[in-house]
Structure formats: structure tokens, C-alpha cells
Design a protein around this ligand. Structure first.
Ligand code: FPP
Length: 256
């Protein structure tokens, strides 16, 4: 897959006009990405892991631009999982500083491109400066009607499902909901993604082939792309090549 993606990507790099190969009628509405490989990218260069996260932030900007340009409606990025608290304190502190670095430099462009920032995950346990940076960016972009740039921060899908079940049980207890009326749609209404369309495409970079507690319910019928490319190496062109690969898949949703 690596070679194939690279070959396709080269077409875009060297012959920009080939961008029209993307079928505008089947652009995925919602793309979710597990941005993996920052640490290895840094290690390969003899740099500290945090250098990989910093470069990863630049890849976020590139992919955001590309996604918005081709008309993706929602881009959900797994920036910090509920399991990432197990990392060394120094790395966590650096990761928690990234949102303010990112938004301080990027919000004007997000506003110009009509992109709205949103988030999923438990925000309360985050450091105050991280929470404030995120809330400010959401506030500054809330009028925007274009792509939603959705950060999964302190997000874990199993916790999300547990909370949804707790809330459903509470609503049943308070007679707001009857157990026989609990459908798939009801469950979706209680998830943190209730306001977003289904995930059409899930991408994980760096060669790992795991879902790592990301959007477990929401990816039931998603196409999956596992790329060998390390996240900081993902460019606009490589991302476009992944979208092209998605467009070449035949989605059947359980049918024939
Ligand atoms: C996984 O790579 C990456 C993360 C846990 C952090 C992802 C964060 C960014 C890409 C920057 C986010 C930017 C903003 C604006 C919040 P890893 O460290 O597990 O890499 P490895 O598997 O090679 O060690």
C-alpha cells in the first residue's frame, strides 16, 4: 500500500492538474484519522519525540487545508486518547501545549477558510491553558459554516459508550425513554458525535493496524486505510491519494 500511495501521490506532486481525478460526487463526508508515527519520525532523525509531535502539527495544517479544499464536511483527528495519560509527564506537557501553539498560528486561516473547530472527549481533566485554547478556537470559529475540524482530545470510545449507556439508563429511570424505544438512532443521539455524519473513512498512519479505542461505534461501516507513512510525512498530496483510494473502494453496507 505504501508504494501504491506513493505512486499515486507522485502524480499529484508532479502533475497538479491530475487533482481532477478525484470524483467530486463521492468525496467522503466524514474522515477520521489516527495520526500515528510522530515518535518514530523523530527517532529516525535522532530527535526527541516531541520534535515529531511538532512536525505532526504541521501535517495537521496541511491535511486540514486539503480536506477543506476538496469539500470534506468533517475531519476528526485523534489528538490525545484517554490512554495517552500513561506517557512520560514531559511528553504529556508538550502535547497539552500543542493546541494553543496550533490555534494561535492557525485560527486566522481557519476563519478565512470558513472552518469550524469542535471537539469530542472529556475536556475537564485537561490543563486550564489547553482547555482555554480549545474553547477560544471553538468560539472564534463558531459562525463558520464550512468544514468542521473536530479534535478528539482526551477521547476514548469505550468511555464514550459507557457514558451514553449511563445517560440512557437515567432517562429510562426518569421515564423520558422507554426501553423498547431504544434503537441504533437513540444510541447515536447519546454519543459525543451525535451532531456529526457517519464516518466514511478511517485512516491510520505508521503501519499499525489497530483502532485503539477510536470511534468504535461510528466506524461500523467505514472504509479503513492503514498507511505505512508516518504522520509527520503526510502531505496534501498523500492525503489526496488516500481519498482517491477511498473512491476506488466499492461500499456495500452489508448488501451485495
Ligand atoms: C501518536 O504518535 C501521536 C499522538 C499521540 C499525538 C498526535 C498529535 C499530533 C499529531 C499533533 C496534534 C496537534 C494539535 C493541534 C492538537 P506516537 O507518539 O504514538 O508515535 P510513535 O508510535 O511513532 O511513537
Amino acid at each position: 500500500m505504501f508504494k501504491r500511495l506513493n505512486q499515486v501521490a507522485k502524480i499529484f506532486v508532479h502533475k497538479k492538474q491530475d487533482l481532477i481525478q478525484l470524483d467530486v460526487s463521492s468525496i467522503p463526508l466524514h474522515v477520521a484519522i489516527i495520526m500515528d508515527g510522530n515518535g518514530r519520525w523523530a527517532k529516525n532523525r535522532g530527535l526527541p519525540r516531541i520534535a515529531g509531535h511538532k512536525e505532526g502539527m504541521n501535517a495537521v495544517k496541511k491535511v486540514t487545508r486539503a480536506a477543506s479544499e476538496i469539500g470534506i464536511k468533517v475531519l476528526t483527528l485523534y489528538a490525545f486518547s484517554t490512554e495517552n495519560w500513561k506517557r512520560p509527564q514531559e511528553e504529556i506537557q508538550f502535547l497539552m501545549k500543542l493546541p494553543s501553539d496550533f490555534f494561535d498560528t492557525f485560527v486566522p486561516e481557519l476563519v478565512e477558510k470558513n472552518i469550524r473547530v469542535m471537539s469530542i472527549g472529556e475536556i475537564d481533566p485537561l490543563p486550564l491553558h489547553t482547555k482555554e485554547a480549545l474553547t477560544r478556537a471553538c468560539e472564534q470559529t463558531k459562525q463558520n459554516t464550512g468544514m468542521v475540524l473536530n479534535f478528539a482530545l482526551n477521547y476514548g470510545s469505550q468511555d464514550e459508550i459507557c457514558k451514553a449507556v449511563q445517560q440512557i439508563a437515567q432517562d429510562v429511570e426518569q421515564k423520558k425513554l422507554h426501553p423498547k424505544d431504544i434503537s441504533r438512532d437513540t444510541i447515536e443521539d447519546y454519543l459525543m458525535t451525535h451532531h456529526l455524519p457517519d464516518v466514511d473513512l478511517l485512516i491510520r498512519t505508521s503501519g499499525e493496524k489497530r483502532i485503539s479505542n477510536f470511534l468504535l461505534w461510528q466506524i461500523a461501516y467505514s472504509e479503513l486505510i492503514f498507511s505505512e507513512i508516518l504522520w509527520p510525512d503526510v502531505s496534501e498530496e498523500i492525503f489526496m491519494a488516500m481519498i482517491l483510494e477511498y473512491q476506488n473502494r466499492h461500499r456495500r453496507f452489508g448488501g451485495l
